[in-house]
Design a binder for this molecule. Sequence first.
Ligand SMILES: Nc1ncnc2c1ncn2[C@@H]1O[C@H](COP(=O)(O)OP(=O)(O)O)[C@@H](O)[C@H]1O
Ligand SMILES: CC(C)(COP(=O)(O)O)[C@@H](O)C(=O)NCCC(=O)O
Ligand SMILES: [K+]
Length: 260
Amino acid sequence: MPPMTFLAIDIGNTRLKWAMYDSPRPGAALLAHGAEFLEHIERLAEGPWSKLPPPTRMLGCVVAGETARRRVHDQMELMLGWEVEPRWVVPALQEAGVTNGYDHPSRLGADRWVAMIGARHHILQRGNERPLIVVMVGTAVTVDALDAQGHFLGGLILPGHGIMLRALESGTAGLHVPTGSVTPFPRNTSDALTSGGTYAIAGAVERTYQHLYLHCSMEPACIMAGGAGWKMVPSMTRPFELVDNLIFEGLLVMAQQRWG
Ligand SMILES: Nc1ncnc2c1ncn2[C@@H]1O[C@H](COP(=O)(O)OP(=O)(O)O)[C@@H](O)[C@H]1O
Ligand SMILES: CC(C)(COP(=O)(O)O)[C@@H](O)C(=O)NCCC(=O)O
Ligand SMILES: [K+]
């Protein structure tokens, strides 16, 4: 049987991340991966994808809008020998052991849905059925809560580091300063802005931790991901695990259910 290669794609509001695996299932071997800022999507076919084997299956999640999705389809069409049909995640009422408590389940960000499925799979593999907080630090920050049975209870959306800074710069006269350091008692504008943003995110996670602990009477686990997740590492108030490829783990779980 020929190998069943799998292409996973995550289109966020800042960057497209992609990864090619040797099969559509968790634990598959990673063959190649990359990331492009959205303005460079048109480089994919001629550049990083040109040396890839044709994918047998493709599954992606997109929150950057219809135009970005179409630009990726165009790149896939340019690839000689690629006949794969692009498939994109739409958050459902239930998938892979996670139930979706959103008022309108399909309006939940597809990346949040995929990340929660990846995170739930990740902690179940460690034999831990416990409440779970999934934090994604990208363009925006999301802090999502699941109970021990895998019910998504709800979650927060807040601005990411970049948006917070740009909002303050554009809404004030005197806040155009270089990036500072995170410190408990900032004594200059740069440190005050950088610390304010970082602790705003850490505080939102801490609050969700308290809410979920109270709701479930059981200590939650916390999984963190996203391009700026590493910036949060020294400032978190509870134990957490940084999982770099969380979205891809989620897409692999979903791919296995579809094609495995
Ligand atoms: N090397 C990097 N390239 C791009 N963004 C980075 C990088 N390192 C950190 N970041 C931060 O990560 C954020 C983008 O993360 P990412 O997960 O790509 O976002 P999204 O999923 O929204 O596209 C940016 O706002 C930026 O602050
Ligand atoms: C919250 C988000 C903007 C996060 O996007 P990102 O930072 O990953 O680019 C995205 O998940 C989204 O557009 N969600 C739809 C609205 C919702 O989840 O309620
Ligand atoms: K994302």
